[in-house]
Design a protein around this ligand. Sequence first.
Ligand SMILES: Nc1ncnc2c1ncn2[C@@H]1O[C@H](COP(=O)(O)OP(=O)(O)O)[C@@H](O)[C@H]1O
Ligand SMILES: [Mg+2]
Length: 416
Amino acid sequence: MADKIRVLIVDDIAETRSHLAKLLSFEGDIEVVGSAASGGEALDMGVRLTPDVVLMDINMPDIDGISATEQLALRAPRVAVIMMSVQGEADYLRRSMLAGAREFLVKPFSSDELTASIRQVCQRERDKMSRIGPLAAAPAAGSSHSSLSTRSEPGQLIAVFSPKGGVGRTTIAANVAIAAAADVGKKVILVDGSFQFGDIGVLLNLNPKNKTIADLVPELEGGDPESLDPYIINHSSGIRVLLAPPTPEMAELVTVNAVRRALELLRMQADLVIVDCMSSFSDTTLMILDEADTILTILSLEITSIKNMRLFLEVADHLGYPAGKIRLVLNRADAALGIRVPDVEQSIGRKVDHTIVSDGRSVVYALNRGVPFYLSNREAPVSQDILKIAQAISGDPSSTETAPKAGAKKSLFARR
Ligand SMILES: Nc1ncnc2c1ncn2[C@@H]1O[C@H](COP(=O)(O)OP(=O)(O)O)[C@@H](O)[C@H]1O
Ligand SMILES: [Mg+2]
């Protein structure tokens, strides 16, 4: 007979916990290994006990069930979550699934519904594991298990974003990535998140025949691939790159869920995952901004760029992003355009964290040769500015004040 299905019960109401435990105690193939009264406790126990299935309540006082599920997906990816909630919460269903829940039970449910869901979810997980192979299926308590994971903790996710295009986002994303790898000693994966018109491949002079995220997406939809290596390109600078699809039509195949999962997996393989985001507020971009530890927000000395930045900061503030999550980068800060840095700071109501000088010669020359300027011209002031940003985002706690994710963080994505 197969192993018993190990279940963790999470609900803030003690009566519900004991009721569920009692129902399950009649099932010979199910064993309740613990019960937690809060999202925080659920996380601790989920990581420590690595149950097969977590029955997760949504509304709880500290960390709600959706955030707990999201965090559990990162810290214990093999634990399958079944969400439990009362009727009439269609939005919760969608958000739960996006957070990584495998199943959704509407309260009140019968004991048959409950046990059928538990068995089904567990069976699906076990099938998936047997496909991935015996290596990945071998349990290793307290750590993440997939053969895709080479780290015990996910790396930092850095979104490079600007509400307006043409301000140097791609240039900065690529060169910061290279500086972090070459001179801060980080393992870096650069993701071209401009799925329709990605420029990273051209900037780094990569062969357009390389695989892209468009090849990875169908794999992810059938469960996690055995390895990400075929999709990630090694660049001579020492970074690794996940490219955008070769044509705009193919970008439509790149779903939010697939990107979310791809980023989770990539974070298990790198210290820094840096994403060059699109300017539009697509669902995918919003999800990336929500998930990011740090958002490098790029602006230039142009009145439209400054106006859009002010609006973006208002939205971010409203959503309760912690103050340290957004770092403002003013590109071409020395350009003589009639607007000065203090004017910008006054207009957007906060200080600029980093500035980058304008250096058309180095930047454009490098671009046309297909060699990023950080590599060809490391001593130039523009490269030194880039290096400072790479150091700041590289997680040296004394150099950044990036706050940890708030327990009850609001989600830009879920709000739409
Ligand atoms: N610091 C800089 N100095 C000079 N030129 C720059 C600088 N940063 C970006 N550029 C140039 O500005 C243009 C837009 O940059 P790009 O990175 O493609 O912007 P985005 O990704 O925001 O659309 C490019 O031609 C790039 O070479
Ligand atoms: Mg770009």
